[in-house]
Design a protein around this ligand. Structure first.
Ligand SMILES: [Mn+2]
Length: 326
């Protein structure tokens, strides 16, 4: 039985579901999660959607009904006992749900992963997806079409469109295939408005984000090979700009807009460590680079979090590790 039919069988045979996605969710995380919620609700199932992180403010429009709850151990202690099936979307390492990880590991029901990242952890009863998909939302589309489980209506199409549009870099990254455009054409037939969705996601930021971008751009430096550009965001610059962590999403891509640069790195100072984002062009596998530093991701987009260190202590080490991949 293929993955999609196995997933459908589990849905057919169970009644209560818990959905979650990764820390600092993006539009694909939320879109795949909410599309799956809508599918299950159409089937009359009991569904809860609980995430470690709050929904970023520019993506709140995706959760119009306020279905998603931010995990609070005091309020949500029973969610793990009440569900028969626990589904993680757009991640494949249980550590990516942070405070919910323990609840997941000790979960007694069926554990499912729906995802498109590399190297899934071997803790799932069912894994659905592969790195061939541009987005987890594309997997959900494939699941719906393969099984005919529900019709794709306006509400589901909006979620899937937001997920695919953002994870393909607005239809320009490598896996933007003819098939992706056929899927998008079908989603647009439901009446969703691409201008409006793009505007809500990318053109409604608070001014603090744009100020912070200015500061981040002014820190950009190029390494000795001339092929790596990096930027640094400190706690102070975040405060000065009046921005928050979610605001830095996408900044690292500016490194790749410079002539001859093939690898971009963003160092972001955390309270107790450093978050590092990697982006690359061509076949430079930044997921392998990230995995040397406790992280992971995709071939052209990956990240790590290192705790108990400062940017200045690790910057040179990370850059020389990166140079080996050029
Ligand atoms: Mn994704």
């Amino acid at each position: 039985m293929n993955q999609f039919l196995q997933l459908k069988k589990i849905i057919d045979e169970h009644n209560s579901f818990l959905l979650s996605t990764h820390v600092n969710p993006d539009a694909d995380a939320l879109g795949s999660e909410l599309a799956f919620y809508l599918i299950l609700r159409k089937l009359g199932k009991k569904v809860r959607v609980v995430n470690h992180s709050a929904t970023p403010y520019n993506l709140e429009f995706m959760d119009e009904e306020k279905v998603i709850k931010k995990f609070d151990p005091a309020i949500h202690e029973n969610i793990f006992n009440e569900a028969e099936v626990f589904i993680l979307l757009d991640l494949n390492q249980a550590g990516r749900i942070i405070k919910m990880e323990n609840g997941f590991r000790s979960f007694g029901g069926i554990k499912i992963c729906i995802d498109h990242h590399q190297d899934p952890e071997k803790v799932f009863d069912l894994y659905v997806g592969s790195t061939d998909y541009s987005a987890t939302s594309e997997i959900i589309y494939g699941f719906i079409k393969n099984t005919g489980i529900v019709e794709i209506d306006y509400a589901i199409a909006l979620q899937l469109y937001a997920g695919i549009m953002t994870d393909t870099g607005s239809f320009r990254f490598e896996r933007t295939s003819p098939n992706i455009h056929r899927i998008i054409a079908e989603l647009l037939e439901t009446g969703i408005n691409p201008t409006d969705i793009y505007d809500k996601i990318y053109n409604q930021f608070k001014s603090g984000r744009v100020k912070l971008l200015g500061e981040a751009l002014s820190t950009i430096a190029v390494d000795s090979t001339g092929q790596i550009a990096y930027m640094v965001i400190t706690k102070e610059s975040l405060q000065r700009a009046g921005a928050e962590e979610a605001d830095i999403d996408g900044f690292v891509n500016y490194c790749l807009t410079i002539q001859s640069i093939r690898l971009g790195i963003l160092f972001y100072e955390l309270k107790d460590g450093v978050k590092i984002s990697f982006r690359s062009k061509e076949q430079i596998p930044v997921n392998k680079l990230a995995s040397q530093f406790n992280g992971g991701g995709h071939i052209n987009a990956a990240g790590s979090r290192l705790f108990g260190v400062k940017v200045d202590e690790i910057k040179d080490k990370i850059i020389s590790a990166a140079q080996k991949y050029l």
